[in-house]
Design a protein around this ligand. Sequence first.
Ligand code: F0G
Length: 425
Amino acid sequence: MKFAGKEEHFELRCFGCKQTYNIDDYGKFYQCAKCGNLLEIRIISKYSSKAKQLRQGLWKYIDSIPLWDDKNIVSIPEGWTSFVECRNAAKILGLKSFFVKFEGLNPTGSFKDRGMTVGVSKAIEQRYKSTMCASTGNTSASLAAYSSRAGIKCIVLVPKGKIAMGKIAQAIAYGAEIYQVEGNFDDSLRVAREICEKDSKILLLNSLNPFRIEGQKTVAFEIVEQLGSMPDYVVLPVGNGGNISAAWKGFKEVSEFGIEGSIGAHSSGNLPKMMAVQAEGAAPIARAFKAGKRDSIDPVLDPHTDASAINIGSPVSWMKTLAAIYESGGIADYVSDEEIFAAQKFLASKEGLFVEPASAAPIAYLLKLARAGKSDEYEAMKNSTVVSICTGNGLKDPNAVLKGVRPDQLQTISADAKSLQKILA
Ligand code: F0G
């Protein structure tokens, strides 16, 4: 079904100087011709399609997504992930109300599927035959899956030796053309941008692509629907800065336009504070925030963290990320790798949620606040509703857990009940 006139409700504009562009020209260029900043899609006025259909996953929000014909949708489907109340964790963290939005339950095991279903659908609408991304793992797995389903070619660049085994296996299985770059993620993205800027037939689908953000913003719509109100705090890991920008955009749209088709969700109320958590060895945003910077960051030239998904030193969406933090009254902070792996174990053993290391960074931050006790942030959070977006599935990176296994956690026994009885006694 073609949505006649839908285009008029959206615009493509520069995040910096607000110059506007034809939305369907995106892909011919990737940044503002005037000032070089990233572009964003903005809803000018609420669109409402007349013919209502039952749609799966996040495509129930199709009126808020800039796709002009639903025959172009490439979906597995994705979104409508579990929203888990975590009472055991809340007790230990000293929080009144704590929820995990488990994005690891998306089809390829991470939140990237929200962005890719929209990004690849748009690629089909714009008749692209090839897609490309640079990735620390999850983006490549997701783009590979959606491109194969769409029947188009997918090229991915990954930093050699720096991505989790499960993620590279996914990209191989989905049939992507994979190149391991001798360098880090930031180098890989630089190469991908150069290629796509020169070859207009390949669409770049990193999170600087604003259509990806339009998919990822739906996590905010779902949180408000599943909670029945706006949360007070949203804590999430930050790498390149796409996801926090997207979630913040989503909450602002809920506040301005409401949520289509929702029953009983209260979109009014204060917007949540966005809490950005990075890994200590790759924390340019957190360091900029702590230094009180608003208009720049100092990239980390040699980023290092074993939470490989967020091992990024030069986040492309730093400006959108700082805007989300400052506009919402949030914060940015970092945690050590040790704290991250302890938090991963904590969430799995207390709540039955196995998330990947990067996704445990926000939990590590909350544990750190609780342990430190009195701080203004913690005092304010204690009686509030806190939501952590856990971005990826722990099964993607099992080595992290297996590396730390103790002999008593994995014992060998002979195949008779008596020997086990002895041990159990
Ligand atoms: N959590 C996970 C599991 C991720 O894979 C990523 C990013 C992030 C958090 C951070 O999100 O970049 O939007 O701030 N992974 C990208 C990738 C970079 O290539 O898979 P962000």
